[in-house]
Design a protein around this ligand. Structure first.
Ligand SMILES: [Ca+2]
Ligand SMILES: [Ca+2]
Ligand SMILES: [Ca+2]
Length: 386
């Protein structure tokens, strides 16, 4: 588990069982985090690249590496922001990324909407050692196809025999699914430890005229048997090798957002699953920019509101903290984090920002990450560490 033992944290022994200090000290939301004594830079520069904007950041504290998703490129730096290598040539959309502590590799969402193909890209980041490595030909990336996403993306919801494709202006796409973006490893919802699952959140189109797109949708996968599915990806002829089934499918009622969960991250410190979004536009919802799912709550079966035919599913619980909209029951916060958010496990976080910059007459996208700590304050539960 990420950040199980951090800094000067001490473990306790109770009845002969060693309890990691984190589990003893993890506070309820609302309690300020200890800033910790392990030194990490308060700012990391991820460079500027001729790509779309930064989509995700994940930090390998032990080895001192930072990985950045720049939509068409994966960038590897050290903690000082020195560029160590890049993986380039992606023609789809690389979104949020997360480090799998089990195998030391970086997993990210990868979309090819025209091909109706959605993948988890797996980067063997130990092999990234130079700028300009190729995602298809340099043996650093495999991909696992997620069939369930394609099914929901292509669903002909109005039953007119036509799938309207990559547009928000349609009744098609089940739950409004536009693909996938947020990814994170963490325990099953309601569990403290146990097997780490890969959670994958849907993108959801912004559409204020339908009622069936007001949930964030999360698929869970056990990736321990994924070696059987992993294949290099030929983008001209994308494969469909992947698990037939997901392990779990979960729904969080937040109101419609603009492209769903941009960054998903399990935070062992608060036991929150954070969801950073681009705000929704629907009247009648609070349209918060940041949500926290209570990771200690068991999913409960209930109605997935707003569907054409009544439907039940496994519902997630938003943490009872922060802002609250009594009319809808939605709870949330005001924070960014939709360009990248990583939890270090000790109440500290790296949060990405990005912007367009001009370099030698070329427009590039710059990415950087700032260190924050948890405060639990409303409406913004983090403060920057300087
Ligand atoms: Ca249709
Ligand atoms: Ca994104
Ligand atoms: Ca993530």
């Amino acid at each position: 588990m990420r950040g199980k033992l951090v800094g000067t944290a001490r473990a306790a022994v109770i009845a002969g069982i060693t309890i990691p200090a984190l589990l003893l000290t993890a506070p309820a939301p609302g309690v300020a985090a200890d800033s910790g004594s392990s030194s990490l830079p308060s700012h990391i520069h991820g460079g500027a690249w001729p790509t779309s904007h930064v989509q995700g950041v994940t930090v390998d504290k032990e080895r001192g590496f930072v990985y950045w998703s720049f939509t068409q490129m994966l960038v590897k730096t050290d903690l000082d922001g020195k560029v160590l290598g890049t993986v380039e040539g992606l023609t789809g959309h690389l979104g949020d990324i997360d480090l799998n502590d089990r195998d030391g590799r970086v997993y990210g969402s990868l979309e090819y909407k025209a091909e109706e193909a959605f993948y988890i890209a797996i980067f063997d980041v130990s092999k990234i050692n130079r700028i300009g490595m190729n995602a298809e030909t340099d043996g650093v990336m495999t991909a696992v196809h997620l069939g369930e996403v394609g099914k929901d993306f292509t669903a002909d919801m109005d039953g007119n025999g036509v799938f309207d494709g990559d547009t928000a202006d349609t009744p098609d796409h089940r739950y409004g699914c536009s693909g996938i973006d947020g990814v994170s490893f963490g325990p099953e919802f309601g569990k403290r430890g146990g097997e780490q699952k890969l959670m994958v959140a849907y993108g959801v189109y912004s559409n204020t005229t339908r009622t069936d797109n007001d949930h964030q949708v999360v698929l869970s996968y056990d990736v321990s048997d994924w070696a059987a599915y992993e294949r290099p990806l030929s983008q001209a002829d994308p494969h469909r090798s992947g698990p037939k089934r997901y392990d779990g499918k979960y729904f969080a009622y937040t109101g419609n957002t603009t492209y769903g969960v941009q960054n998903l991250q399990y935070d062992p410190y608060t036991r929150n699953w954070i969801m950073a979004v681009y705000q929704g536009k629907k009247a009648g919802f609070p349209n918060y920019s940041f949500f926290t799912v209570d990771g200690s709550a068991e999913p409960r079966r209930g109605e997935i509101k707003g569907q054409q035919q009544p439907e039940t599913g496994k519902l997630l619980t938003l943490r009872k903290a922060g802002l609250h909209d009594p009319a809808t029951g939605v709870r949330g916060w005001e924070f960014h984090g939709n360009y990248g958010f990583d939890a270090l496990g000790d109440g500290r976080y790296y949060v990405a920002e990005g912007r367009a910059v001009e370099e030698d007459g070329v427009t590039k996208q710059e990415g950087e990450a700032y260190l924050y700590r948890w405060t639990g304050a409303t409406p913004t539960p983090f403060e920057r560490v300087n």
